[in-house]
Design a protein around this ligand. Structure first.
Ligand code: 5GP
Length: 112
């Protein structure tokens, strides 16, 4: 099982915000902004580079869920960023696809 599958299975504790049949949303353990949430599909797609055509609907759902959670956590109007790190140069550290939702402060661009 991946780390995030273990969180979904309640084998590892996390501050879970929401869950449905397809995804789980929880606070990042090492937040990089006042709001730093991970939106994770329950299907253990390793990384965006490994997503298949058939995963398109699920990928769309992750983005719409990130927007919904931004509203729930009060950062929709101030602004937010969604990030998917894929592979070594992308900065991925957990090999289970996830969307970062970051906000609550101005975020620099370009990223490092
Ligand atoms: P990546 O670097 O793969 O894009 O993002 C992985 C994220 O998972 C990191 O932001 C990291 O802080 C977070 N993370 C790693 N282990 C845990 C954990 O056990 N619990 C939670 N809630 N987040 C984790």
């Amino acid at each position: 099982m991946t780390l995030f599958e273990k969180i979904a299975a309640r084998q590892i504790p996390a501050k879970i915000i929401q869950e449905d049949d397809d995804l789980i949303v929880f606070h990042d353990i090492n937040p990089q902004a006042p709001v730093h949430v991970l939106v994770v599909p329950k299907k253990p797609i390793t990384r965006l580079n490994h997503a298949k055509e058939e995963d398109g609907k699920l990928l769309g759902k992750l983005l719409l869920k990130a927007r919904e959670i931004a509203g729930l956590l009060g950062i929709a109007e101030s602004g937010f960023r969604v990030v998917i790190n894929s592979g070594r140069d992308g900065g991925e550290s957990v090999p289970h696809l996830h969307v970062h939702l970051l906000g609550g402060r101005p975020l620099a661009w370009p990223p490092g």
